[in-house]
Design a protein around this ligand. Structure first.
Ligand SMILES: Nc1ncnc2c1ncn2[C@@H]1O[C@H](COP(=O)(O)OP(=O)(O)OP(=O)(O)O)[C@@H](O)[C@H]1O
Ligand SMILES: [Mg+2]
Length: 205
């Protein structure tokens, strides 16, 4: 689509993202959690959000299951449906970051190319890729929603790891091996990384 043809002109805002970040007292950014179903994305995100909230950080958890029940309920799990799912939620994350909010995004987002698109939409400096890594065997064993059981029985089509691919990140910013460490420690590792890299401070510090 050509924006010129649609007669669109981007409006400027009276209050910038930097000013909003300044008011909040911290930067805004998106933590993008990718990994197999049951790898631990939502569990880690919940612990992390609680921790950040206690620190006075403004957060929002964007979660695949929830967005697929709302804004993305018209999408399926085909490669095209998954791409559009990621495109829309990345645009939402970008808007939230523009509003000064820290986004914790939990999406299987199995394809490298779709995660690269998300990074491009959100902006390289605001996108932190977190690989929530658990082996397929461990995920099948955990199976908290009973989805692997159904997928193996052929009751769910295009299920990541069983009948649809998962492309692991090659250079994630943070790599959490949830096979090895507990959920609370996993969230602690992300929190410590954010502190170390000064993400939890105002942008000019
Ligand atoms: N280190 C860990 N980090 C996160 N979860 C863990 C860890 N160890 C064990 N678990 C357990 O693994 C399960 C992970 O489920 P969770 O719903 O968080 O996965 P998910 O990645 O969000 O999956 P989905 O893509 O289906 O939403 C939970 O039951 C959790 O208690
Ligand atoms: Mg989840």
């Amino acid at each position: 689509m050509n924006p010129g043809k649609l007669n669109l002109t981007a409006e400027s805002f009276a209050v910038s993202r930097q000013q909003k970040e300044g008011l909040n007292g911290h930067r805004s950014f998106t933590l993008w959690l990718t990994g197999l179903s049951a790898s631990g994305k939502s569990t880690i995100a919940r612990y992390l959000e609680e921790r950040l909230h206690k620190d006075g950080i403004r957060t929002f958890m964007l979660d695949g299951d929830n967005t697929r029940m709302g804004i993305n309920k018209d999408l399926d799990f085909s490669p095209e449906g998954r791409k559009e799912n990621i495109r829309r939620v990345a645009e939402i994350a970008k808007l939230m970051n523009d509003a000064g909010i820290v986004v914790i995004a939990c999406f299987i987002s199995p394809m490298v190319i779709d995660r690269a698109m998300a990074k491009q939409i959100i902006g390289e400096n605001s996108f932190i890729e977190v690989f929530v890594d658990a082996s397929l065997d461990v995920c099948k064993e955990r199976d908290p929603k009973g989805l692997y059981k159904k997928a193996i029985a052929g009751e769910i089509k295009e299920f990541t790891g069983i009948s649809a691919p998962y492309e692991a990140p090659l250079a994630a910013d943070i790599h959490i091996e949830t096979n090895i460490i507990s959920a609370i420690r996993s969230s602690g590792e992300v929190y410590e990384w954010l502190k170390l890299k000064k993400y939890l401070l105002p942008a000019d510090l």
